[in-house]
Design a protein around this ligand. Structure first.
Ligand SMILES: NC(=O)c1ccc[n+]([C@@H]2O[C@H](COP(=O)([O-])OP(=O)(O)OC[C@H]3O[C@@H](n4cnc5c(N)ncnc54)[C@H](O)[C@@H]3O)[C@@H](O)[C@H]2O)c1
Length: 262
């Protein structure tokens, strides 16, 4: 029996089979969880519905996380299928392309800043507020962050600030929901080639640099992030909340680049 047997997980942020949300969904299904998904827009409906079916789910609901009405509709509809939610995954981020290249000071704008924080951070607590009536003791919320939250990474720019906000959100949400035995955590994932990642200028160089300099001398896989997510959202991690778990082949511990390629 899988360690998520009997758990119900709502996964927000699946776009295709390269999405980190797909790695998480696969791991959770393998461990016995029942899944529901949302997709951002009608353009993604057929693809996400088909992927959901691969993991035995017939629940795929439209939700633009920038809309409170869309978020409310998701839980209204989900209520027809489920009477509670054990796991809520937030695997969503967005900033206009113009914000993810060049020099931070030159390129950041008030509107770019607002959008990045709204879609990539506020949406996590917005989903939690709407999900709250369906959460119960033992439920888990998980967001996906990146090292750019705590270090300056070339071209990551305002998205780094949004991830810092997301990680602070994790701590405040964990403090607010902890007394109800609801846990909130984040995974800080190493770079993985996904649709969102391709929007970051020089992303292939980030991948290459990580593979050469991480202690494990490679990048991480969707399955590795998925497995860590499944663990964090399971009762095996019942003592962990408000935390950020790095799944990045150890890259974040390095003080400087590897010398002489060794
Ligand atoms: N790929 C990486 O290298 C990497 C590393 C660390 C963290 N992350 C984070 O992982 C998460 C998932 O990204 P990914 O890399 O799997 O890329 P992805 O493109 O597969 O997923 C991003 C998702 O965000 C959704 N989204 C964007 N705006 C939305 C909106 N307004 N409403 C609803 N959904 C919206 C997209 O539809 C998509 O499903 C993001 O938070 C990202 O910052 C990615």
């Amino acid at each position: 029996m899988g360690f998520l047997q009997g758990k119900r997980a709502l996964i927000v942020g699946l776009a295709n089979n390269h999405s980190i949300a797909w790695g998480i969904a696969r791991a959770m299904r393998r461990e016995g969880a029942e899944l529901a998904f949302t997709y951002q827009s009608e353009k993604l409906a057929a693809r996400v519905t088909a992927l959901a079916a691969e993991l035995d789910s017939d629940i795929a609901l439209r939700c633009d996380v920038g809309s409170d009405a869309d978020i409310a509709q998701v839980f209204h509809h989900l209520d027809n299928y489920w009477n509670h939610i054990d796991i809520l995954i937030h695997s969503v981020a967005f900033a206009p392309a113009s914000q993810l290249e060049g020099n931070y000071i030159d390129d950041v704008t008030r509107e770019g800043f607002r959008i990045a924080h709204d879609i990539s951070s506020y949406s996590f607590v917005a989903l939690a507020k709407a999900a709250h009536p369906m959460l119960r003791a033992g439920s888990n919320l998980l967001a996906i962050s990146y090292l750019g939250a705590v270090r300056a990474v070339p071209h990551y720019n305002v998205m780094g600030l949004a991830k810092a906000s997301l990680e602070a959100n994790v701590r405040y949400m964990a403090a607010a929901l902890g007394p109800q035995q609801i846990r909130v955590n984040a995974i800080s994932a190493g770079p993985i080639k996904t649709a969102a990642a391709k929007g970051i200028r020089d992303f292939n160089r980030m991948l290459d640099y990580g593979a050469r300099n991480a202690p494990l001398r490679r990048n991480v896989t969707l399955d590795e992030v998925g497995n860590a997510a499944a663990f964090l959202c399971s009762d095996l991690a019942s003592g962990i909340t408000g935390d950020v778990l790095y799944v990045d082949a150890g890259y974040h511990i390095q003080g400087m680049a590897v010398l002489d390629g060794k």
